[in-house]
Structure formats: structure tokens, C-alpha cells
Design a protein around this ligand. Structure first.
Ligand code: ADP
Ligand code: MG
Length: 685
């Protein structure tokens, strides 16, 4: 079979090119995300109107009736509707037509059966009523292929385009183009999965003969969408498997001795998985998932040290300078027993210092580099970058990860995430990565007691905090939410700072940190807090990521209803790290059911994975992932959560085919381009 010859150009045709779509309509279609013939034909119905006998049509139901017009009653006034009486063998129906025209008047004279499609409004004693139903005379129904179907699609609509109009376009397009859906699945898979072909599925979903065809079409189209989701990852994965990676056989004991504590068994498990990867001779691509505070950094260090000791550089990328500096401090401590050069690269460095660092990176003198986005910039050149860590991966895009990978020679890649994703879902999102999970916290952590505080109890909570800080030596964060503009954000934090320092806690040391401070200023405030020179730290959400202050055991979150669940959980991870009993107070005024659900979930659950599952239910799939960021296409047909079983087989097939079947893979990738809406062609004239 030849590769690369597939011609999906017909499906790429812009709908504006179709003779049965006028320019006004093609603008409306764009609102539905429909630009190409492919989009149009994958605009699947949300349900169907069934063909029924008049006597069996129920109020509220959308039905299709085959009836004869028996009487036309002209409207009394211009505003009143034309009334057409219909009948079939079982009963009488009445159609109310506003804006009637000659065609309606002529229906009666033809004496032939007509197709009437609409919603049954009420069922009178002897008749049912449909207002403005869609109607076809025999000739029209025949032309559109409607005579022998029993299910009439109801499509998701947008203003200015009716179901009848959209149905007609789709039906005509289906006749013209459905057979152009070239099949990418090999016959044995079609057979094994009992799937309709793509072409059949496209035809059946719009023109089904019976329920069985609808079911089979939906099965195939859901699979199609999920297969496309998996195929690019499968291809990437298959390519990676072919690439040799530097083989590293770590000095296990020596590296473990670097760490000042016993590793948890979950950390050890992750380390063993990394060890096996880097010793395999292939490049590692691994996701490390673990709750905030579960000790991912140590695991990352293991890999970086292993690489550095084997003579390859390593690099960890952190999303903020504060976090990069914290990593630097910890990594320097850990690296004390081994001879590895540690460097920090951030954009706020002085030119001279920066130049020196760049030179050390280029010469290979720097064995482990800790940095921020600054590292991705072009000028940074490595001697031999062999191991990459992306911390807090959701703060980086795939593009940035790739840019760093490009600086190395087939480096091993470890991406870390503190936003747990339900296990099942990581399949969909991180299909190209192997997953390690740290599902255990270091010993001695106590669960944070979490309370929702309504406005009426604010002062009682503040009094508790005051005493806890004053007499028990605790430290507290007070988190203010980000507001629309960053200036507002600061104003809010400043206002809170003034209230707390002057009125609520005049006898305590209150500090303030927010996004507009320079890095130096932020670091200095954070250091004071870490050193215990500040009791209460008012912060806009800059403390969100990674910062470690074990003495902090109290957190107040203002307007907690404005935070997402994952964010609340991350914030909570900042406390409960020391020996003291920790408390989180959620000051909130939730007005939506959604916000109440979030607060309930954070109060009820402590496990990040359970929280992620609740979050998924509350927000739904697309929103949960912030789909763009993860490179996950918008789902039109399938729901990766509801259709998890389908996702699993789609993944299995895609990964299998990507290894052995370039024909299928190539064609599927062409579909993916279409599916993402990147393939519109307008015939040049
Ligand atoms: P995260 O997974 O959120 O990145 P960190 O790697 O920052 O977590 O670790 C959080 C804290 O736990 C750090 O202070 C670290 O020193 C400590 N830590 C990590 N692993 C262990 C362990 N096995 N025993 C005790 N403390 C640990
Ligand atoms: Mg971390």
C-alpha cells in the first residue's frame, strides 16, 4: 500500500462553495463551528424525530407525520396564522402557519401525501396542533431522499438557521460526499470491533433507516473522534520508541545518600520506574503525578543526578523565579555529597552573571541547571543536555517543552504535575507519556482541617487565628483572589494588608506579597516569612506554586468561591508541612451551585485524585482540562469520560497501528487536521 496519497480534499471543501448553502447561511454555520464539508457531515444530531401515526403522536414530542392536506383556512387578519388541516388513516392534525405563501395554499390541490415535521403542542379532543412545522411535498421529499427514512435528525442549531434548512444541507452533502470518507481502519479491526465504515456511519447518522443504524453510526463516530485524539500521540510514541536514548546506569546508593531523609515507598517506586527507563537505551518520556508536597522534587533530582554523574547535563524548568530559587537551594543541599556543578538561570540576572552562567552551560561545567522560561530562549546552548524536568507542567505548553528538548541530544524527559488528573483521564491527555504516581505524603504530615466560614463567623475565625499565631507561634497565609486586572488584584491585597495590620492583628507582624513586586522584593518578603520574621503573610496568588515554608500552618482564603477546585487544593498544600496542627479557613460567599459544590468538595476530601474526580464532575471534561493548553481537541461527538471504554480501545488500536501501519496512520492524521478545523480550502478562482 502506498503512503501519502490519500485525497481528502473533497471533505476540505468550504461549505460556502456548496450550491445549496448561500453566503448568509455559511456565516451562520461558522457559528456552529462548521466550515468544511467534513465539519458539516460530522455535525451529529442531538436526537431524532420519529415518524408516527397521528393518533400516536404525544404532546411535547417532535414527530414526522405523513399526511394529506384536507382543508386550508385563510387567516382572519394579517397577524393570524393560516390553518391547514391534515389527516392520515389514524386521525386529524392541524398546522398553524405564520407567513404562509402560495405553496401552502397549493398543498391541498395536489391531493398527495406531504411530510410534516414539528413539535406536537397539545392534543385536543380530536386533533393535534403543530405550529410552523417544516413541510415537504412529495416531490421535495423525494429529491431530498426523505421518503424512506423513519428518523429525522434534530441538529444543534444557532439563531437564523432552522432545523429544516440545516437538515436539507446536510442531507444533500451526505449524498454527495459521504462516500468520500475514505476508511483508515484496516478490515480486521473493523471486523473485530464490529464497526461500520466511516462512510456508512456518516450516511447513517443523518439518514438512518432504523435505530440500529443510528447506534452503529454513533459507535463508530465516537470511536473516530477518540481515535484521532490518540493517533498523534501514538505516532509520537512510535517515533520515540525507535530513537535510541543515552543509556544511564545510575549509581543508585550514592544518589540516594544525597537525600537527608528516607524516601517514601511511592517515591521509591517512581525512582525505580525512571531507573528502568533511562537504563533501557530508549528515551524516557514520563509524567510524574503527585499531590502538592508529595516530594516530586527529590524524585526529579534522582534522575538529574544520575544523568549528571553519567556525564550528561540536566535541566529543571520551573514556572516562577521564586520556585526556581527554592529548587536551587534544595538541589545545592542535596548535591553537597556529589561533585556536580549547579547553576541557576533566570531572566532577572545581571548581564555579567548571566554571561558567565551561559558559558558554563555551554562548556558543560554546569551539570544541573535550574531555570525558568529564560532557559528556553535561543541563546542558551548546552554542551550535552541529557535529562529534562518540567516542573508544574500545566504552566508550560507543549511547544515550550519541545523547545527545551530540541536543545538536547535525545534527552530523557520527566514532566511533573501537582494537579492530579483522575487516573483514567491521564490516558486521554498524556497518552504519549508513561505515568508514575506518588500517592503518599512524606511521614508526619497531618491532614489540614478545612472549614468554610460564612461572613457572620469571620471575626470568630480571626480571633482563633490571632491566638494560634500569638500563643502557639503559628504562621499564616492570607490569600486574596486575583481580580480582573492585576492592578485591582494588588489593590485588594493592599487593602487586606492594611485592615489586617492596623485593625485585626495590630500586635502581629503582617507582610505583603503580590504579583507587581520585583523578584528581589518577593524573594525578600518570602525569606522573612520563611525565617519567621513575618507572622501573617497577605498574598495575591503568587504563593500558589511550590513554595515551601514548613512553619506556616494556617491559611485563610478570601473569596474562596472564586477559586477553582484544583487551585484551592494546591493552595492548601502550602500548609500542613510542619509538625503543628494546620487549619484552612475558606471565607466565601458562594452564590452559584457550582461554587457551593467546589467548597463542599474541598472541605470533604483531602486526596488530590479524589478532588480531581469531583472537579471533573463539576466542570465537565473540556473545562476541566482547559483543552487548548493540553493540545486536546474540542470534542464534538464523544465524551472521553462517559466513553472511557471506547477511549481505551481507540488508544489500543491507535498505538498498535502507529507501530505497524503507516497507511492507516497517515490517513488518520489527515483526518485529524480536518477534525481540528485546520483544513479549509476555498477553491481559487
Ligand atoms: P512537591 O511534590 O510538591 O514538589 P516537594 O518536592 O517540594 O513536593 O517536597 C515537599 C517537602 O517535603 C520538601 O520540604 C521536601 O524536602 C520534603 N520531603 C520530600 N520527600 C520527603 C521524604 N521522603 N521524607 C521527608 N520529607 C520529604
Ligand atoms: Mg514541586
Amino acid at each position: 500500500m502506498s503512503v501519502g496519497k490519500h485525497d481528502l480534499s473533497a471533505l476540505r471543501t468550504a461549505v460556502s462553495e456548496l450550491e445549496y448553502v448561500n453566503p448568509r447561511q455559511s456565516n451562520k454555520l461558522r457559528k456552529l463551528g462548521i466550515e468544511t464539508v467534513y465539519d458539516l457531515l460530522l455535525h451529529v444530531p442531538s436526537g431524532y424525530s420519529k415518524r408516527k401515526d397521528v393518533a400516536l403522536a404525544l404532546p411535547g414530542e417532535e414527530v414526522a407525520l405523513y399526511v394529506k392536506a384536507i382543508e386550508v383556512k385563510s387567516p382572519r387578519s394579517r397577524k393570524a396564522p393560516l390553518k391547514i388541516c391534515f389527516k392520515d388513516d389514524t386521525g386529524l392534525a392541524e398546522g398553524l402557519i405564520f407567513n404562509a405563501n402560495r405553496w401552502h395554499y397549493n398543498l391541498i390541490s395536489s391531493g398527495e401525501k406531504i411530510l410534516v415535521l414539528g413539535k406536537v403542542e397539545n392534543k385536543g379532543f380530536s386533533s393535534i396542533t403543530l405550529t410552523n412545522p417544516a413541510m415537504w411535498d412529495k416531490q421535495q421529499a423525494e429529491a431530498e431522499g426523505l421518503l424512506d427514512i423513519n428518523f429525522f435528525p434534530k441538529y444543534p442549531l444557532t439563531e437564523g438557521i432552522s432545523n429544516a434548512v440545516l437538515s436539507r444541507m446536510i442531507r444533500l452533502a451526505a449524498k454527495e460526499f459521504a462516500w468520500k470518507f475514505e476508511e483508515y481502519l484496516p478490515a480486521d479491526i473493523l471486523k473485530k470491533r464490529e464497526f461500520a465504515t466511516l462512510a456508512e456511519a456518516v450516511r447513517w447518522i443523518h439518514l438512518p433507516k432504523d435505530r440500529e443504524e443510528i447506534r452503529k453510526a454513533m459507535d463508530r463516530l465516537r470511536y473516530h473522534e477518540l481515535f484521532l485524539l490518540e493517533i498523534s500521540k501514538a505516532v509520537l510514541r512510535a517515533a520515540l520508541e525507535k530513537i535510541p536514548g543515552n543509556r544511564i546506569d545510575p549509581d543508585h546508593r550514592r544518589i540516594l545518600e544525597c537525600f537527608p531523609f528516607e524516601l517514601t515507598s511511592a517515591q521509591m517506586r517512581a525512582i525505580d520506574e525512571i531507573r528502568a527507563d533511562i537504563a533501557s537505551g530508549r528515551s524516557m518520556n514520563r509524567l510524574l503525578q503527585g499531590d502538592v508536597g508529595s516530594g516530586k522534587t527529590v524524585v526529579a533530582c534522582y534522575g538529574m543526578f544520575a544523568s549528571a554523574l553519567a556525564g550528561h547535563q540536566s535541566c529543571i524548568l520551573a514556572p516562577t523565579e521564586i520556585l526556581a530559587r527554592q529548587h536551587e537551594k534544595n538541589i545545592r543541599d542535596y548535591a553537597a555529597k556529589i561533585e556536580v556543578g549547579i547553576e541557576l538561570l533566570i531572566s532577572s540576572m545581571r548581564t555579567k552573571e548571566r554571561r558567565e552562567t551561559l558559558a558554563k552551560i555551554k562548556s558543560g561545567e554546569s551539570g544541573v541547571l535550574i531555570g525558568t522560561h529564560a532557559v528556553i530562549e535561543d541563546r542558551v546552548e548546552f554542551d550535552d543536555l541529557g535529562f529534562i524536568v518540567i516542573d508544574e507542567q500545566h504552566k508550560f505548553g507543549v511547544v515550550q517543552r519541545e523547545a527545551l528538548v530540541q536543545k538536547g541530544i535525545r534527552p530523557h524527559v520527566l514532566v511533573m504535575s501537582a494537579t492530579p488528573i483522575p487516573r483514567t483521564l491521564s490516558l486521554a491527555v498524556f497518552g504519549d507519556l508513561d505515568v508514575s504516581i506518588i500517592d503518599e505524603l512524606p511521614p508526619g504530615r497531618k491532614p489540614v482541617s478545612t472549614r468554610y466560614v460564612p461572613e457572620a463567623k469571620r471575626s470568630a475565625a480571626m480571633a482563633f487565628i490571632h491566638d494560634y499565631v500569638k500563643f502557639k507561634g503559628a504562621q499564616a497565609y492570607v490569600i486574596c483572589p486575583a481580580v480582573q486586572t492585576s492592578d485591582m488584584d494588588i489593590a485588594k491585597a493592599e487593602e487586606e494588608y492594611v485592615t489586617l495590620s492596623k485593625i485585626v492583628f495590630p500586635d502581629l507582624r503582617v507582610g505583603l506579597v503580590h504579583g507587581k513586586l520585583t523578584t528581589e522584593e518577593k524573594v525578600s518578603v518570602m525569606k522573612k516569612f520563611a525565617d519567621g520574621e513575618i507572622d501573617i503573610l497577605v498574598a495575591s496568588v503568587v504563593v500558589e506554586v511550590g513554595v515551601d515554608v514548613p512553619g506556616a500552618s494556617v491559611m485563610v482564603i478570601e473569596n474562596a468561591e472564586r477559586f477553582g477546585l484544583a487551585q484551592l487544593h494546591q493552595l492548601r498544600g502550602r500548609i500542613g508541612r510542619g509538625t503543628q496542627e494546620s487549619h484552612l479557613f475558606l471565607f466565601a460567599d458562594p452564590s452559584t451551585e457550582n461554587a457551593k459544590e467546589r467548597l463542599r468538595a474541598i472541605v470533604d476530601e483531602t486526596d488530590g485524585f479524589k478532588i480531581a474526580e469531583r472537579d471533573l464532575v463539576i466542570r465537565g471534561f473540556g473545562d476541566f482540562l482547559g483543552t487548548k493548553q493540553h493540545g486536546v481537541p474540542n470534542f464534538k461527538i464523544a465524551d472521553p469520560v462517559q466513553n472511557m471504554d471506547v477511549l481505551e480501545i481507540a488508544k489500543e488500536d491507535a498505538f498498535g497501528l502507529a507501530r505497524v501501519d503507516p497507511y492507516a496512520t497517515d490517513l488518520a492524521q489527515k483526518y485529524l487536521v480536518l477534525h481540528r478545523g485546520e483544513g479549509v480550502t476555498v477553491a481559487s478562482t
